[in-house]
Design a protein around this ligand. Sequence first.
Ligand code: AMP
Ligand code: FE
Ligand code: FE
Ligand code: ZN
Length: 283
Amino acid sequence: MAFVDLHLHSRFSDGTYGPEELVAQARRHELAAIALTDHDSVEGCPGTARACAAAEIEFVTGTELTAEQDGNELHILGYCIDTQNARLLTQIARFQAVRQNRIREMVARLNQLKVPLSAEAVFALANCRAPGRPHVARALVEAGLCASLDEAFERFLKKNRPAWVPKFKMSGEEALELVHQAGGVAVLAHPGLNRMDEVIPRLVEAGLDGIECFHTKHSTATTEHYLQMADRFHLLVTGGSDCHGLSKGKPLIGTVKVPYQHLEKLKARAAEIKQLIVTRVDS
Ligand code: AMP
Ligand code: FE
Ligand code: FE
Ligand code: ZN
């Protein structure tokens, strides 16, 4: 039986692995295919595709877009996207600029709290275009200003804590449309973490293709709940470990193994979406 992991982060967002390390881990766990789903980024896709080709592992392009519905954050995974798509790249660049400005604001708040961290230190550590709170947390630990990442989040960075800054986000519908026009399949990430089942019918109406049923933080009961929901709304089923490398302790890759058949269906849907785009351009 072949297994895949469709939710992985790299150093191009808040993961720690570079493409080669990530693919070496995928190989160690005998995965047949992987998708890279960095937050608001596709920067790591070309390098990961090359490393996968060398290791004879199938590569699926991806990203994890940050969106918002009724004031709640939700993550939309885009799979089989064209990573050269102009509008996708323009929008991603916009969200990356938002992230960079937000780092500066968070650092300014920390400085007001007499925590002497510099934005440059965070950017140097992040070394990517999509920096986020985990990079601020790591910088705080490295500078000896916090004892652990948990402490950094608990004291400063969690929602409504003193250095937390809200982030401008697109709507769920906008995220779905952005993925689709780039030829991709749009999937709601880890619904069990956000616990907002009431948005699912609305997203389905707006063209949602699938839900991530298998996830590290989903219990067996939660997975079962979303498998039933996928069935009810005729949605694709996906899953992955949401591995961030070594940034959250033990690497999670290999802990969630999704049967290859789900990727087969996802690819079929991607082919349909791409066909629709071609038909629209032709007519
Ligand atoms: P951001 O996109 O900058 O708001 O950062 C969100 C990321 O921070 C998530 O993807 C997680 O990887 C991480 N994160 C959120 N909350 C915590 C927490 N309490 N402890 C550790 N990491 C967290
Ligand atoms: Fe993350
Ligand atoms: Fe997520
Ligand atoms: Zn993720």
